[in-house]
Write a protein that binds this ligand. Structure first.
Ligand code: AKG
Ligand code: FE2
Length: 475
């Protein structure tokens, strides 16, 4: 309070003194000028400093850079879109190819079904087994009938899934036959051993079952095979040889003078290119094999159950079902169904073969080492073991299909493996090599005997492997 009173007194003193008053007025004017100066100068300073830090020309440059980038990104986007479109187009083509393949394969299954080869039994259809491929054992040489596991290839399954399946898979072993009897369409059919006419110390035993398939089943299979083969014959097949010497023998026999060199083979194979293959088609003869797989027709279950009952052969050790036909003048080389000196138990322990129609003359199945000769008789099955109980391929299991002299021979074949594997009984994916039109069949001419070429509706890697092994001998 005392301080307020003192400052009031000072103010009164100033007002009463005019000199003091003028001094004060001048000071106030000075202060106003400084304020005005500051008000005008400061924004200018800020403006100048601002322009120095963020020059508008720099911004223009950045903006133009951003624009260019946008353009580039848009360009890249367009390129990506084009690429994507191209990829989609490619995928579409690939899918179409795959689809037509699947359609073909399925069609065969449908055909077998359509022909009602299953009418004698109304049993349930089993689902198709497991997976595509397991540990690969490459065949040492070509084995008739394409029975060995094929090379792992494109599949719809992830490697992880395959691995899981592989771990889950429990192989079954089929060491021997256990021949008995079976009921076929209300009749008991009995297995009978075919006695060898030659003495031998072989483990191989051959048995026959009359009327193992009904007439209706035989006819159905023939019809399905014929249709399938007919469909396949729309595209010229590619001719493959186990060796160039086999090709030369065929040419010599047909009295054909064709100059063929390395460039006429499809790269990576022993298969002749389209031009030469078309030429071969005009003079070679072959038997034809078409195949279907477990679950692709109700018949597969009926057949494997019947086989199990009659022979003890376990369905899970069975491979594909193959129908083969031989026209007049054609037979098949002397061979074993298993690999001699093989190193793998995943080999064909037993074979069942059913004759689907009579053959007027020739076409016998001959076991030269055992002295056994079987005349094709409609519905009759023969079954034998190729390996002994320890899993060795028995060389005395050699057999031949004698040339058909009069008539047309049709058979159904199925092989049972000593040790089963994951891809057994699965339709194998077709290899990409050699490049060919979809639906192109392969005629394999392996060894020169009885005109042993065989037209397969499926591909495997044997000829590619053979080629790799014998590449040097090509020239
Ligand atoms: O047709 C035959 O009699 C025998 C055929 C054969 O042994 C085979 O294809 O592996
Ligand atoms: Fe055979």
């Amino acid at each position: 309070m005392a301080r307020n009173r003192k400052s009031l007194k000072n103010r009164l003193k100033t007002l009463q003194n005019p000199e003091e008053m003028n001094k004060r007025m001048d000071k106030m004017k000075e202060n106003k000028q400084i304020k005005l100066f500051l008000v005008l100068l400061l924004p200018t300073i800020f403006l100048v400093v601002g322009l120095m830090i963020f020059p508008p020309w720099g911004k223009m440059e950045i903006a133009s850079k951003v624009d260019t980038m946008v353009e580039t990104v848009e360009g890249a986007d367009k390129e990506a879109v084009n690429l994507k479109e191209e990829k989609e187009e490619e995928k579409k083509k690939e899918d179409e190819k795959e689809h037509s393949r699947e359609k073909r394969n399925l069609k065969y299954g449908e055909e077998v079904e359509k022909e009602k080869v299953n009418v004698d039994s109304g049993k349930e259809l089993s689902g198709s087994k497991g997976e595509v491929e397991d540990k690969q054992a490459l065949p040492k040489r070509e084995v008739p009938g394409d029975g060995k596991p094929s090379k792992p290839e494109k599949t719809g399954n992830s490697p992880r899934k395959l691995k899981e399946d592989e771990q889950m898979f429990k192989p079954t072993t089929q060491k021997s036959l256990n021949i008995g009897s079976v009921n076929v369409a209300g009749r008991t059919v009995l297995g009978v051993e075919l006695k060898p006419t030659k003495s031998h110390n072989s483990s191989v035993r051959v048995y026959k079952f009359d009327n193992f398939l009904t007439d209706r089943e035989c006819n159905g299979l023939i019809q399905a095979h014929k249709r399938h083969a007919q469909e396949f014959s729309m595209v010229d097949p590619i001719f493959c040889f186990d060796h160039i010497s086999t090709l030369k023998k065929h040419l010599r026999d047909a009295q054909k003078k064709l100059k063929i060199n390395e460039s006429d083979y499809i790269t990576g194979t022993y298969c002749l290119d389209t031009k030469f293959s078309a030429e071969m088609k005009t003079f070679l003869k072959w038997s034809s094999s078409t195949a279907f797989y477990p679950g692709e027709s109700p018949f597969t279950k009926i057949f494997e159950d019947r086989v199990k009952e009659a022979t003890g052969l376990n369905p899970s050790n069975g491979g594909k079902f193959q129908v083969t036909s031989y026209p007049q003048g054609v037979g098949y080389k002397t061979h074993t169904d298993c690999i001699l000196d093989g190193y793998d138990f995943r080999d064909r322990m037993g074979t069942i073969l059913v004759y689907l129609q009579d053959v007027a003359e020739g076409g016998e199945t001959i076991f030269p080492e055992l002295g056994i000769k079987v005349k094709p008789t409609k519905g009759m099955a023969i079954v034998w073991n190729n390996m002994d109980e320890r899993g060795n391929c028995d060389p005395l299991s050699l057999h031949t299909a004698n040339e058909v002299v009069d008539g047309h021979k049709y058979i159904l074949q199925r092989w049972y493996y000593y040790k089963s594997f994951l891809s057994l009984g699965q339709r194998p994916p077709e290899p990409d090599v050699p490049e060919r039109l979809p639906g192109t069949a392969r005629v394999s001419c392996d060894e020169y005997e009885h005109g042993s070429c065989r037209w397969y509706d499926e591909w495997n890697y044997d000829h590619l492997i053979e080629y790799q092994l014998k590449k040097s001998s090509l020239s």
